[in-house]
Ligand binder design. Structure first.
Ligand SMILES: *Cc1c(COP(=O)(O)O)cnc(C)c1O
Length: 220
């Protein structure tokens, strides 16, 4: 099956899940996660009209997206993987949205670079809903304080919250927690749901689903 066909299928599933949840599919952005795939695999999805893509590594994105940006108008590129502060400059140059803000040092570096470069990105704060030691994200209990730091003290454009549930657990519990934390903090954006669980995420209010393998096929 071609990438463009799989894209159509994912879009159809998003529409069906939105309908079942009595939501509008217009309120759900599909981020096509193209990590590990090169331009020849990405172009058919661009040619099918899709413009919103996600990458998890700054360096990898820098190698393929500048040329694609020249070839296609209206691209929106999302960073969905961890960010080191020494890559903040490059990340702010390359990306339109960063989903993985999870500490003061990164928030400060992004704030500095947005002023420096005169660019305004949209940001999501990553929450470690499963409180897994090896996983990025702030602990749920620190959400209010960190949102307030980013939004009120640094005047950062915080669009919402992002999570990656623990692989072994029922994702709905984590999506519900993220939705609750967002509501408590007056945030609308919910970046949650991947190939295996984006329909569940839509049921719990996802505004951004991050779907890779269901569009591009399995990664090596
Ligand atoms: C790779 C990745 C995805 C997409 O995963 P699939 O299972 O291929 O859909 C989503 N979110 C993050 C943070 C990722 O790193």
């Amino acid at each position: 099956m071609s990438d463009a066909t799989r894209l159509d299928e994912v879009n159809a599933r998003i529409h069906a899940a939105a309908r079942a949840a009595e939501r509008s599919a217009d309120d759900i952005a599909l981020i096509a996660v193209s990590k590990t795939f090169e331009a020849p695999a990405i172009r058919p999805v661009l040619d099918a009209g899709h413009r919103t893509f996600g990458e998890n590594r700054v360096q990898e994105a820098a190698g393929k997206w500048p040329a694609l940006r020249e070839a296609y108008n209206g691209l929106e590129l999302h960073l969905i993987g961890p960010l080191q502060s020494n890559k903040a400059r490059q990340a702010v140059q390359l990306f339109d949205v960063i989903h993985t803000v999870d500490r003061v040092k990164i928030a400060d570096a992004i704030a500095h670079e947005m002023v420096e470069q005169g660019r305004k990105l949209s940001l999501f704060i990553q929450v470690n809903t499963g409180e897994e030691p090896q996983k990025a994200g702030i602990p749920p209990a620190e959400t209010a304080a960190f949102v307030s730091y980013c939004r009120d003290e640094r005047a950062l454009p915080v669009a919402g919250l992002m999570c990656i549930p623990p692989v072994e657990e029922e994702p709905g519990v984590h999506f519900a927690l993220l939705a609750e934390l967002a509501a408590e903090n007056g945030l609308r954006g919910l970046s949650m749901g991947m190939s295996a669980d984006f329909e569940v995420a839509i049921r719990f209010g996802a505004t951004h689903v991050r779907v890779g393998s269901a569009i591009f096929g399995t990664r090596d």
